[in-house]
Ligand binder design. Structure first.
Ligand SMILES: CCCCCCCCCCCCCCCC(=O)SCCNC(=O)CCNC(=O)[C@H](O)C(C)(C)COP(=O)(O)OP(=O)(O)OC[C@H]1O[C@@H](n2cnc3c(N)ncnc32)[C@H](O)[C@@H]1OP(=O)(O)O
Length: 131
């Protein structure tokens, strides 16, 4: 699992119990999954199709730094299935796990389109003259 993104838990991210609001966390995860899919599939038109069970393992509080990890579970024909975990940056304690997030690659009309990808690609390997 690669933890690419860090977030700092701010006052506006809290619920009335003063811990990180679950909906905010799910928004961050959906954005992370969408961006991961956009980059992997090299297409800006991707949508979230399915999100599996979500397990809130522990909470985060104001001032915590959390990191969002994504890994690919499967490449389908039009879909990309991802797995996500969020952990506390300092303690590495798991905050949430999401077993399956299915992103679908779309054409200009919003219909599923085969993406032709079969393995994870790294942006540096796509550059013509990597430094
Ligand atoms: C280089 C950098 C540039 C950066 C530049 C930034 C650009 C900035 C990017 C912004 C990125 C925004 C992304 C925001 C993310 C949202 O907010 S998306 C909004 C919420 N989602 C939606 O509105 C989706 C609504 N649903 C739909 O439109 C239709 O259901 C869909 C997605 C077109 C799929 O239609 P469908 O009839 O189910 O299609 P179907 O062919 O049966 O299935 C398609 C695939 O989904 C799979 N599937 C279908 N149903 C299920 C299910 N229940 N469970 C699991 N898989 C399923 C199928 O198995 C199939 O996969 P493959 O076998 O082809 O691999």
């Amino acid at each position: 699992m690669n933890y690419h993104t860090r977030k700092w838990v701010k006052p506006e991210d809290l619920n009335p119990n003063q811990s990180l609001f679950g909906g905010k966390l799910l928004q961050w995860i959906d954005e992370e999954a969408a961006l991961y899919a956009v980059i992997q599939l090299e297409n800006k038109k991707v949508v979230t199709k399915y999100i599996s069970e979500i397990n809130f393992v522990s909470s985060a509080k104001q001032g915590d730094i959390i990191e969002i990890g994504i890994e690919v579970s499967a490449f389908g024909s039009t879909s990309l299935t991802l797995k996500c975990a969020v952990r506390n940056k300092m303690t590495h304690q798991t905050i949430i796990t999401v077993e399956r997030i299915v992103m679908v690659n779309l054409d200009e009309d919003g219909n599923p389109k085969p993406h032709g990808k079969t393995k994870v690609e790294f942006v540096k390997d796509r550059l013509i003259n990597p430094s």
